[in-house]
Design a protein. Sequence first.
Length: 253
Amino acid sequence: MAERADTPPPPPGHQTAAANLSPAPRLPETYVVQVPREQIYRIPPPENAKLVEQYRNDHDNRRERRPIIPCLKWTISIALVAGILAATITIIYFLVVRPADPFFSVTRLVLKNPNPRGGSPPKPEYDFTMRVDNPSLRMGYSYEAGGKAILAHHGAGIAVGKTKAFHQGYQNTTTFQLALKGSHVLLPKQIQSSLKGSKDVIPLSLMIEFSVRKTVGELEMGNKSMDVTCDIKVSGLAKEARIASQECKSKFT
């Protein structure tokens, strides 16, 4: 009986080479995507063109708006600085100059020619001595000539006149003369009785319109109109009148 031959073992070097061999790399997988034929565009759809146009418009609008924002910021900054500067100058002006309206008062009233001869109706001249106080700390007032003055009794004018020019410094008291000539209107009976010696108290109103130029040192600040009204009660017009009471108001207009 024949004996089965044993297979000889592999040489040692062959086993070592087989152990050192690395496994073969795995090939990448491939996927096939099937797209319906009607969804394949050779020309981009019109929706894409609209999206691109909208993007361009938004981009252009942003570029156009950008310069406005810096200009607006500069404008607001300049206006804010100008407002702060103006407020500072105004505060300094009022603290240093301290402008104030002058105060007027009547110190004397004398009538001339109260009883004319020849039986003609009385047409006296009213000579006022006025006092004006300027309480301003650094502001003076220059009063121009030609201001209008009216003397009235119960609303009816009885004399008119013009003011003379004078200057008044700050924190100063000044007196000036004001002559008013009687009008051709017949005098009220109460005034006629007072001219004949009656001691009745007579209400009078003196209204003056000045053109005043404000000054701070050598700086002139332009002309302004000033209205002065003095409501006075007097008696004894035949001689130097006695001033029983008075209230004067002045304001720039």
